[in-house]
Design a protein around this ligand. Structure first.
Ligand SMILES: [Mn+2]
Length: 327
């Protein structure tokens, strides 16, 4: 990314009445903080912005972050978007299943997932080797020579910390640079209070279910939750299982909208779980999924569930077989 591209894009945005910034559905901390950071950049250049999302904000740490930092973000049902709106998607890409097609034109994508953007965008900045979109936003502040407000740095550091599990997965040198810069600006007590309080008491039961029902197949931990939980809790449960020494790949699943929602983790260098889900689901028309090498999410369509689960036997054979053959 160079200064020229970014500046040309910003010039093109200037005449707009407002710029809509869309986080991916069921947004996480990185999506919300990146949308927030970008909105502050555009506002400091004199533009009006609106941050929107679809789905739910289902982690207490994220609703705390939004409340404590007073981040203005609206559910799309309350945003009254029109076909004239111009939309920038952050931490996700239009065309992906986790990005709702809202009224308005998608004109730009800023993301760190391995995705294929549509043609004809005004601006496209996709860096799959980055640990967080927050780091891309940090670089925009630098390039434009705009001072990062404390509340923005605080949010972005939360996004970076959570997406990279505190710089232990999927990060690059740029993330380390932004991490150091954020640390010099943030309210560190607030960052840590947001990150530490990641659960509500009634979510503990899901950990019990995970412990009761987890299966181990050659280091691949699989579990189908006996009761569904918040969508974004699945990833927290997957991280929990990955912390077990004997497991280096984790599949956590639950029933969701007649199909099966999945969260995967891998600490095996030979197994890219984002690629695994795209091949096992998207390419076979059995569902959709994607993400990163170390962490990924997906959904199995209702009429394809039988390939993965028979009666009470959640065998996930297509995934297990693919994993076993690649290591
Ligand atoms: Mn992210």
């Amino acid at each position: 990314m160079d200064n020229k591209n970014l500046n040309q894009f910003l010039k093109r945005l200037e005449p707009l009445q407002r710029v809509v910034i869309q986080a991916h559905d069921f947004p996480d901390h990185d999506a919300v903080s990146s949308a927030y950071g970008l909105s502050i950049i555009l506002q400091s250049l004199g533009m009006k912005t609106l941050i929107v999302y679809n789905g739910n904000i289902d982690r207490i740490s994220l609703s705390n972050m939004i409340k404590w930092l007073d981040i203005p973000i609206l559910h799309c049902s309350k945003a009254e978007l029109t076909p004239n709106d111009k939309i920038i998607t952050v931490d996700g890409c239009i065309g992906e299943k986790n990005v709702t097609d809202m009224p308005g034109d998608e004109i730009a994508v800023i993301d760190h997932h391995a995705i294929t953007p549509p043609n004809n965008l005004w601006f496209c900045d996709i860096r799959p080797h980055y640990g967080a979109t927050a780091t891309i936003i940090y670089e925009y502040f630098q390039l434009l020579n705009i001072e990062i407000p404390k509340s923005v740095a605080t949010a972005l550091l939360v996004g970076l910390n959570i997406d990279t599990a505190n710089l232990t997965r999927g990060f690059c040198d740029a993330d380390i640079k932004s991490f150091i810069a954020f640390n010099q600006i943030v309210d560190l007590n607030l960052v840590n209070r947001i990150c530490r309080n990641s659960l509500i008491a009634n979510e503990l039961i899901s950990f019990q279910h995970v412990c009761d029902d987890v299966n181990n197949t050659n280091g691949i931990a699989t579990v189908l939750l006996k009761e569904p939980c918040a969508k974004n809790l699945l990833g927290v449960l997957a991280d929990f299982l990955l912390s077990v020494n004997e497991y280096d790949i984790v599949i956590v699943a639950m029933n969701y909208n007649q199909g099966i929602q999945l969260s995967l983790r891998s600490e095996c260098p030979k197994v890219n779980v984002g690629k695994l889900l795209r091949e096992a689901l998207n390419h076979k028309q059995r569902g959709f999924g994607g993400g990163h090498a170390h962490m990924a999410g997906g959904f199995i369509l209702s009429d394809k569930v039988q390939h993965f689960i028979k009666g009470s036997d959640a065998h996930f054979s297509p995934l297990i077989e693919k994993i076993s053959s690649s290591r």
